[in-house]
Design a protein around this ligand. Structure first.
Ligand code: GLC
Length: 435
C-alpha cells in the first residue's frame, strides 16, 4: 500500500513554489522542418520521410549556455529541455537506441551539455521525457490515437510487444536518472486513453525514479495530460501521482484546489506563439506585457508559469522570443520580489490589477491607474508599516486627501500628481504589514 509522505512532498516542491517562473525548451529533429513538434503525426509522415532530418542533424549554433543565460536574464528559476519528444529522437547518448544525437553529424550529448550549462548559471535543471515513442517498433502504430501511421493498416500491431516497449522506456528513464547527476525536475508527457498509470507500469517506474533521484519533482502526466488533474487532486494519491498539475496553454480561472479544497501545486505551461517546437510560420507571439501580467496572474492564484521557447534546427532561439524574454527580464529586474516566493493574498482581486503576497509583504500589481488616490480594499491603516514602489523604491504615503473623505474605512495610497505610472505594464506597490 502506497503511503504518501506529506513532509517529503512539501520539501520536494519548496524550491519550485519559490521559483514560480521557468523556461521550457522544445528542441529536436522537428525543429529542422519547422512545422511544430507534432509534424510527424499531423502530416502522417512515414519514418523514411523523417530520417533525413536525423541524417543531417548538425546544429552549428547549439549553445546551451546562451539558452541558460537568456532564461536567467528573464528572471526564470528553472529550465526544462525535451530530452526525448514523441518522435523518439534522443538528445542524449542512450545505449538503448541508435536514434540519438550522438549518432548524427552533430555527434554530441546535448542533454549533458544543457544540464551543465543550466547548473552553471545557478538555475534548477529539468528534463521533459515523452512516454510516447513513434519511432519504436513496439509502440502501437495502426489504430493508435496519435501515431503517424495510425491510419495505415500496413502498420498493424500483431507483432508488437508493448511490454518490451515498456522495458525500453523504463531503461531510458533509468539512463537519464543515472548518468546526468541530480535532476531537479522530470516532466513526463503524456497519458491518453488506456495508456495511463499502470499501463506504463507506473508504480515500477516511479519507484525506480524515486530510488535514483529521491528529490526530483515529477509532473502529473503519467496519469493525465494537460487534461485532468491526477490522483493527488482526488486526495487518493497513487504510487505514480505527480507532484504538480500541468494546465496547458491556459491559466486555471481560480487556481487549483484538491477535492477537499486544499490549494495544489500547479504550473501553467505556455507557448510564446502557438507552437512548442520551432515554427517560423507562426507569428502569433504573445507580447511581453501580456506574459508579465499572465505570470502575475499565475502567482496570484498560487501557481507557476513555464514559458516555452522553440529553438530552430541550428539551435538558435528565435529573435522574437529573445525580444520577449528581454522585455520580461527588464520588468523582473525591478519587480522579481513580487513573484519569487510569492503566492495568493487573502484579499479580493483589486479592480486595477492583482495582488501577490510573501509573508508580511503584499504586492499590489497596478495594471491601470485609478483617478485620484489608489484604494487598497481590505486593508486598515493600522495594519500598514510602509508602502513603496518597487520600480524606483520611492516611499508612497497613505493618502489624506479630502476626495475620499466619504470612505474613511478604506485605505488609499497617494501615488503622486503624475497619473502616468512608472511602469506602463505593471507598477508594483509593496505594502509592508506590521508584525
Ligand atoms: C502537449 C503537446 C506536446 C508538448 C506538451 C508540453 O502534450 O502535445 O507536444 O510537448 O504539451 O506541455
Amino acid at each position: 500500500m502506497y503511503c504518501f509522505d506529506e513532509i517529503a512532498y512539501r520539501k520536494r516542491v519548496d524550491w519550485f513554489c519559490k521559483a514560480r517562473f521557468g523556461m521550457f525548451i522544445h528542441w529536436g529533429l522537428y525543429s529542422i522542418p519547422g512545422r511544430g513538434e507534432w509534424v510527424r503525426s499531423d502530416e502522417e509522415m512515414p519514418e523514411e520521410a523523417y530520417l533525413p532530418y536525423f541524417e543531417n542533424f548538425d546544429p552549428k549554433a547549439f549553445n546551451p549556455t546562451a539558452w541558460a543565460k537568456a532564461a536567467k536574464a528573464a528572471g526564470m528559476g528553472y529550465v526544462v529541455l525535451t530530452a526525448k519528444h514523441h518522435d523518439g529522437f534522443c538528445l542524449f547518448d542512450s545505449a538503448l537506441t541508435d536514434f540519438k544525437s550522438t549518432n548524427t553529424p552533430f555527434g554530441r550529448d546535448a542533454v549533458a551539455e544543457f544540464l551543465e550549462a543550466v547548473r552553471g548559471e545557478g538555475l534548477k535543471a529539468g528534463l521533459y521525457f515523452s512516454l510516447i515513442d513513434w519511432h519504436h517498433p513496439d509502440y502501437p502504430h495502426y489504430g493508435d490515437k496519435f501515431h503517424p501511421m495510425r491510419n495505415n493498416p500496413a502498420f498493424e500491431n500483431s507483432h508488437r510487444d508493448f511490454d518490451r516497449y515498456l522495458d525500453f522506456l523504463h531503461g531510458q528513464i533509468r539512463e537519464i536518472c543515472t548518468n546526468y547527476g541530480k535532476l531537479d525536475l522530470l516532466w513526463f508527457d503524456f497519458a491518453y486513453d488506456h495508456l495511463r498509470g499502470e499501463a506504463w507500469r507506473g508504480t515500477e517506474l516511479m519507484d525506480m525514479v524515486r530510488s535514483l533521484q529521491p528529490d526530483v519533482l515529477i509532473d502529473n502526466r503519467i496519469e493525465v495530460s494537460g487534461e485532468g488533474f491526477g490522483s493527488l487532486y482526488q486526495c487518493a494519491p497513487t504510487p505514480y501521482h505527480g507532484d504538480f498539475v500541468t494546465p496547458e496553454k491556459m491559466i486555471p480561472p481560480q487556481g487549483i484546489r484538491d477535492v477537499r479544497g486544499n490549494p495544489m501545486v500547479w504550473e501553467s505551461c505556455i507557448t510564446m506563439n502557438n507552437n512548442w517546437g520551432y515554427c517560423p510560420a507562426d507569428h502569433n507571439f504573445k507580447p511581453a506585457p501580456l506574459l508579465i501580467k499572465k505570470l502575475v496572474e499565475c502567482v496570484s492564484k498560487g501557481g507557476n508559469m513555464i514559458l516555452n521557447v522553440g529553438p530552430d534546427g541550428d539551435g538558435k532561439i528565435p529573435a522574437e522570443s529573445l525580444e520577449i524574454l528581454a522585455g520580461i527580464g527588464a520588468w523582473m529586474d525591478k519587480n522579481s520580489e513580487s513573484i519569487r516566493s510569492c503566492g495568493p493574498a487573502a484579499l479580493e482581486k483589486p479592480e486595477f490589477g492583482r495582488i501577490t503576497q510573501n509573508g508580511n509583504r503584499l504586492y499590489f500589481h497596478i495594471f491601470e491607474n485609478t483617478l485620484g488616490p489608489l484604494p487598497l480594499m481590505g486593508l486598515q491603516k493600522e495594519q500598514v508599516a510602509s508602502l513603496r514602489l518597487l520600480d524606483n523604491g520611492r516611499p508612497v504615503p497613505i493618502s489624506t486627501s479630502w476626495v475620499h473623505s466619504d470612505y474613511p474605512e478604506i485605505l488609499f495610497a497617494d501615488l503622486g500628481p503624475n497619473p502616468v505610472l512608472p511602469d506602463p505594464v505593471d507598477t508594483v506597490l509593496e505594502v509592508c504589514l506590521k508584525g
